[in-house]
Design a protein around this ligand. Structure first.
Ligand code: ATP
Ligand code: MG
Length: 267
């Protein structure tokens, strides 16, 4: 048996190969000890760890394990998922929207980290808690999907007020920039606030990715990371914004397991 583990800042992702099939599961990083106990029970398994919490997991598990660099693992796993889906461009940009967002140029099987932003999945949960008190990711995503952003976010069209803008009018001119125009009696719902939080994160990830892609001379951008799990709204914001800014967005099934799969593949 082979096991690849990507122990990230928020979630531990596990890819486990038994009899040719790969099974995947995840646990909160706060339960690192339980993952370490589980690893110890998998006698005879070859194990490779990656991610920011890999060293902590290794010391809790206390068994011999291999380690691999997170960025290499993520790109290796993502390339495999893409080729399994029948679509592997020679060269593409990989944006991992995890707790934070990390951006890589992948070409000829090698990766180079080209940037990142602290605006990521941790921002969704952090701002959700500050603005609404919600801390459960699935609840945040469900509520956000029912919200409307038009009273919170200022678009280019809002500023130009009917005049012809020099850039697409539906681009957001200022995330949360419309809030000050609200009458003091107007209340914003949790749904609307959370929709705007997802908008902020998705548009930031898409915008920095498209800029990075153009500086690398590529247009395909593969978005992975657990922030997209059951989160159609974030996916839609990222797709729409990437296209609006001239890039080609890609998603793969199981993209959040890229790092765990890449660790497994290195064994
Ligand atoms: P990093 O790579 O930045 O160290 P990570 O690998 O833990 O972090 P991911 O697992 O890719 O990051 O994504 C974490 C994000 O996924 C969270 O910030 C949150 O927005 C979202 N998420 C999805 N499912 C859950 C969940 N069950 N619990 C908490 N967050 C979740
Ligand atoms: Mg990660």
């Amino acid at each position: 048996m082979k096991i690849g583990v990507d122990a990230g800042g928020t979630l531990v992702k596990v890819a486990c190969e038994k009899g040719g099939a790969i099974e995947y599961f995840k646990r909160p990083s706060s339960e690192l000890r339980a993952v370490a106990d589980w690893l110890r029970e998998q006698e005879g398994a070859a194990v490779c760890l990656t991610g920011g919490r890999a060293a902590a997991l290794k010391s809790l598990a206390g068994i011999p394990v291999a380690e691999t660099v997170e960025f290499e693992a993520t790109c290796r796993g993502a390339s495999r998922l893409l080729s399994d889906a029948g679509a592997e461009p020679d060269s593409f940009l990989l944006t991992n929207v995890g707790t934070g967002t990390s951006i890589h140029h992948v070409a000829n099987g090698r990766q180079r980290r080209v940037g990142g932003t602290g605006v990521g999945g941790g921002t969704i949960i952090g701002l959700a808690r500050l603005l609404t008190g919600q801390t459960d990711f699935d609840a945040v995503v469900r509520l956000a999907a029912q919200g409307r952003r038009d009273r919170i976010d200022l678009t280019v069209n809002h500023i130009y007020e009917g005049a012809e803008p020099p850039i697409p009018g539906d681009l957001t001119a200022s995330n949360f920039g419309r809030v000050l125009s609200l009458a003091s009696s107007e209340r914003l719902s949790e749904e609307d606030l959370l929709a705007s939080v997802i908008g902020l994160v998705g548009e930031t990830a898409a915008t920095v990715s498209v800029l990075a892609a153009s500086s690398c001379g590529v247009s395909s951008i593969l978005f992975v990371g657990s922030s997209f799990i059951r989160n159609d709204l974030l996916r839609d914001v990222v797709k729409r914004y990437t296209v609006l800014r001239g890039g080609s967005p890609l998603f793969v099934e199981g993209g959040e397991y890229s790092g765990a799969l890449g660790a497994l593949l290195s064994l």
